[in-house]
Design a protein around this ligand. Sequence first.
Ligand SMILES: O=C(O)CCC(=O)C(=O)O
Ligand SMILES: [Fe+2]
Length: 259
Amino acid sequence: MDRAVEAASEFFKLPSETKQEFASDDIRRPVRYGTSSKDGTRPSRTFLKHYAHPLSEWMKYWPEKPPTYREDMGKFSAGVRRVALELMEAILEGLGLGKHYQHEEFENGLQLLQVNCYPKEPEGESAIGLAPHSDHGFLTILLASCPGLEVLDRSSDTWRVVQQPRHALHVHVGDCMEVLSNGRVKTAVHRAVLNHGEARISMASIHSFAMHEKVSVAKELVDEQDPEKYKESSFSDFLDYLMSNADKKRMSFLESLRT
Ligand SMILES: O=C(O)CCC(=O)C(=O)O
Ligand SMILES: [Fe+2]
């Protein structure tokens, strides 16, 4: 974990021209560097996003600088993926679907690593680094170098500060989990605020089905009282939605799936 954070931190310290080689507006690129806070107001976050599973397919596109990046981020990616798959089995069991439910789809699923770098908070200002959103996959495993994550508490409609003990992984549920569970498990709305004392690195590993595999409501969780609440969709459909909706963002992708 420390080495992955270190590799990420070294990457963001590289000269702008080196990082700009990865800059693109095309969200289907295998590696993408950019600046955005998601609401478009204050571009205080820089990010590097790339796929991570299967590693043999994607690693060749990853940055070669710093020289430790591929190996250290590769180990981190493979490790958090095992954690995500095990947690997923437990959640599926908890939903009464059995831990091997859609086993192959999860095993062959996609992993997207979102590496974020936030500057330290400017004196006297409280700034949002990343605007409120939910993640698209089933589960997100997040590691951060210091506090900054906040999660929306739906019952009181207030933001809860998430603690960041050293080496603790934060796990949250994404949109696909809400769909599969027919709304029994709700996606986590979260945001990142800038840290007073120091710049912050966070790494969000997002786990989903393969690009064109559809995620749909589990039929076992549908009956007369509980009709199907969401339409099926794939990761590719989600990317198409982001592209088409880039300037408007009136509705989240999950909202667009509600039946
Ligand atoms: O930086 C954080 O704590 C959150 C990052 C995040 O939500 C994301 O990359 O989707
Ligand atoms: Fe997120």
